[in-house]
Write a protein that binds this ligand. Structure first.
Ligand SMILES: Cc1cc2nc3c(=O)[nH]c(=O)nc-3n(C[C@H](O)[C@H](O)[C@H](O)COP(=O)(O)OP(=O)(O)OC[C@H]3O[C@@H](n4cnc5c(N)ncnc54)[C@H](O)[C@@H]3O)c2cc1C
Ligand SMILES: NC(=O)c1ccc[n+]([C@@H]2O[C@H](COP(=O)([O-])OP(=O)(O)OC[C@H]3O[C@@H](n4cnc5c(N)ncnc54)[C@H](O)[C@@H]3O)[C@@H](O)[C@H]2O)c1
Length: 463
């Protein structure tokens, strides 16, 4: 027998649960289908446990450097890797459990456990049961991509989901992929005491960033003893008596790296290949992302796609913002669009990188005449006081309109301070409004008006 609902949501990630709450509060009946754990990637294998581990790694680092601050610690500090993992997993479990209780108590909601697959345009099967609704919301997320690298069958590779279940700290972790996932894990494992090598195919780490930010990131990691192998072509795996071997043809360095563990962090693949989307006619692009318009509607009326699976963002806040857009347009008479949001994110190495809007490179590529304000963290009072002077901050401004186009704060507190630029962009403020704002002393953010008041043409700023 087919059960009929007003709405079906597939995936209890970052958009599905709040959307279920909004729809049921409006009196609709909703089936929320989840095949694994509620909370999806962020809660179970992404943001929550990694940021908990980043915090443990920061403590290990601070303890190791305590003497620089006039603090002596008797005895030898030691990383209890198992306890670090238990702390991270406990945080995930707390988050998941409170989400589960919230969903359990939601009137009008049926939480269905199992893998959803389309059997018709608006019909879905889970196990042997069939469900139907006029409105269907896809929030199926993404998983670690595992490309067909030569020798993959000869070694065990880890993905981000496996790291929390390691029984011991890796002796030597080789991380393939030098972007968000790779770099966060690289630094934390180094701080836990592992040898770490990052193997990146391209010439730069965090390649989406402006060159001086990428270089500053590399500097921070290399200073901590992380080996970086960029321009690494023809990566291949093999096995020796001593363990896994990663073959790399780089412009310099050893052609082979022996290690104890390999982590693949080379991007994400949307979970759209096992949904039988052909039964609905919902279009996907060549990489498997669901094609959506500015209101997150697919080509089939009554079917929406939210979160990582639509390719419009790959962050928790973009998934949640997708929910806000869809809910507002459907239930509150809104006219919200994805293109209205200012793309922003952070990279949680230490110090963190906060980013908002366009980078300088992106702004120039879009044809803007660009002014840049910039300052190294060595000239930021708060950073000096904290003994954390690595990195730099910059702001990107349109020379003709004086509109703020973007900013980057790579330095202590950068993930928080960046919001002072983000909010100004969102308000459509000119850079002069930012220059005239009084910020609090001593903070990193207090230098944002200062760099906004000392702009130079892009080419001069690069010197
Ligand atoms: C290691 C790591 C660290 C990260 N750190 C951050 C961070 O610090 N900040 C940040 O903003 N983002 C971070 N991210 C990204 C963030 O986790 C994702 O962008 C976010 O979780 C995406 O949410 P979502 O709602 O699109 O999908 P997800 O949270 O992935 O949820 C999708 C859900 O759908 C379920 N599902 C899939 N297919 C089916 C099916 N056929 N039937 C039933 N259920 C199905 C899945 O089981 C899953 O629970 C990180 C990611 C990783 C991997
Ligand atoms: N702080 C955060 O918000 C955060 C943290 C982690 C993950 N995430 C999300 O997860 C997504 C995925 O992150 P990611 O780092 O896996 O992917 P990514 O797409 O950002 O980067 C993948 C990297 O791997 C490299 N690469 C690809 N194939 C390779 C190969 N065969 N050999 C060597 N290098 C190769 C690429 O050049 C690139 O630098 C991000 O887009 C982000 O949205 C966010």
């Amino acid at each position: 027998m087919t059960k009929t609902f007003d709405a079906i949501i597939i995936g209890a990630g970052q958009a599905g649960p709040p959307l279920a709450a909004k729809l049921t509060a409006a009196g609709q009946t909703v089936a929320l289908i989840e095949r694994e754990q509620v909370g999806g990637t962020c809660v179970n294998t992404g943001c929550t446990p990694t940021k908990a581990m980043v915090a443990s790694a920061k403590v290990a680092h601070s303890v190791a450097h305590a003497q620089e601050y006039g603090i002596s610690i008797g005895g030898t500090a030691k990383v209890d890797f198992d306890a670090v993992l238990r702390r991270a997993l406990a945080m995930s479990a707390n988050s998941r459990n409170s989400l589960e209780s919230w969903l359990d108590g939601m009137d009008g909601l049926t939480l269905v456990r199992g893998h959803a697959r389309f059997t018709g345009p608006k019909r879905i099967s889970v196990g042997g049961d069939s469900y139907e609704a006029e409105q269907i919301f896809l929030n199926v997320g993404a998983r670690a991509a595992i490309p067909d690298i030569p020798g993959l069958d000869q070694v065990d590779v880890l993905t981000n989901s496996d790291l929390f279940w390691l029984e011991e700290r890796p002796q030597h972790l080789v991380i393939v992929g030098g972007s968000y996932i790779g770099l966060e894990f690289a630094q934390m494992f180094r701080r836990f005491g592992s040898r770490v090598t990052v193997v990146e195919r391209g010439p730069h780490l965090a390649a989406k960033e402006d060159p001086e930010i990428s270089e500053a990131i590399r500097d921070v990691l290399e200073t901590e003893g992380i080996a970086v192998r960029s321009n690494a072509d023809c990566i291949r795996f093999s096995r020796s008596d001593a363990g896994p071997v990663v073959g790399v043809d780089c412009t310099s360095g050893e052609p082979e790296i022996s290690c104890s563990h390999i982590l693949l962090a080379v991007g994400r693949q949307p979970n759209t290949d096992d949904l039988s989307l052909d039964q609905t006619g919902v279009e996907i692009d060549e990489r498997g992302f669901v094609r959506v318009n500015d209101r997150l509607e697919t080509n089939i009326p009554g079917i929406w796609a939210l979160g990582d699976c639509n390719g419009e963002g790959a962050f928790t806040h973009t998934s949640y913002n997708d929910y806000e857009i869809v809910a507002s347009n459907l239930l509150d008479g809104g006219d919200r669009k994805v293109s209205d949001r200012v793309m922003s994110y952070a990279l949680y190495i230490d110090p963190p990188l906060g980013r908002t809007g366009l980078s300088e490179t992106e702004a120039l590529a879009k044809g803007h005449t660009v002014l840049i304000g910039k300052r190294p963290m060595t000239r930021v009072g708060r950073a000096k006081e904290k003994g954390e002077t690595q990195g730099l901050m910059k702001i990107v401004v349109d020379a003709d309109t004086r509109a703020i186009l973007g900013g980057a704060i790579f330095g202590t507190g950068g993930d928080e301070a960046i919001h002072s630029i983000l909010d100004m962009i969102e308000m459509g403020a000119k850079v002069d409004a930012l220059t005239n704002t009084m910020h609090i002393h001593p903070t990193v953010a207090e230098l944002v008006p200062t760099i906004a008041g000392a702009l130079a043409p892009a080419s001069d700023a690069r010197k």
